[in-house]
Design a protein around this ligand. Sequence first.
Ligand SMILES: Nc1ncnc2c1ncn2[C@@H]1O[C@H](COP(=O)(O)OP(=O)(O)OP(=O)(O)O)[C@@H](O)[C@H]1O
Length: 275
Amino acid sequence: MTGHPVYTVGERLLTIDNVCVRHDRTILEGVSGRIDNLRRERLQQGQVVGLLGPSGIGKSQLFRCIAGLQKPTSGSVRLNGSQREVQAGEVGVVAQNYPLFNHRSVWGNLMLAATRHGRNQHDAADACVALLEKFGLLDHAKCHPMMLSGGQRQRVAIAQQLLCSSHFLLMDEPFSGLDPLAKSAVCETLVDVSTTHELNTIIVVTHDIESAIRISDTLWLLGRNRDASGQPSGGASIQQTYDLAGMGLAWDPDIESRAEFRELAAALKARFATL
Ligand SMILES: Nc1ncnc2c1ncn2[C@@H]1O[C@H](COP(=O)(O)OP(=O)(O)OP(=O)(O)O)[C@@H](O)[C@H]1O
């Protein structure tokens, strides 16, 4: 197992450098982006980056490259200012179906994660209790994953990744198939996790525009590359970056009631058709 990089405040967290992915056709072409660990004005908080794009555009492919699960055809993904390409296991991945060991209790699942990198049993147990408390799951510690709701499974999966000492989490479509109330609960969980520790940075891959605006302080819009005449020119890349924090749209629990929120959601919906 690869050792986890140690992130420190103020450093470059992630560099995506001219990533191209080709299969039988070009999926991603010239994807570049970066996340710096913290902005000065947010010293007590982490950040959420929303990777937003229409279905089939290549979000999962980029997700896999950022997680080190797939090597890009060309270009690179690097962590923490390193020149080395990201390796699988260095980034916490919370997949769509929250895979947990069904034969182990919630406690067993979390202890397994907590002891994986050399933590002793006592410290591991303390860390598990702290996270179970934080996620309101202490009463469910003895339950097996099958006995949990989707939201509870998701919180256990996030806790599992945080215990693996990943302060950098990738989440794949955490809102899919949820009703509005459950979506709100997930948004709250994500903002909560990102504000728990200044180094908890989460990249959330989604095509849910409104949820993405609610949780993100930066939005990356993935769309098709086009030539000067507007025709698709092959592959997709990040077409626009929205600094929601700079626009005053981040970290507002009542964001949905604001006109700017509705205007941005409407503009993004219209933009999706052209991506
Ligand atoms: N192993 C593969 N071989 C060939 N083509 C692939 C492979 N994996 C993905 N693709 C293609 O890459 C494109 C992008 O797929 P991807 O799953 O990344 O899209 P997405 O944006 O995540 O979509 P969705 O939101 O629907 O999950 C699709 O056209 C898909 O068919």
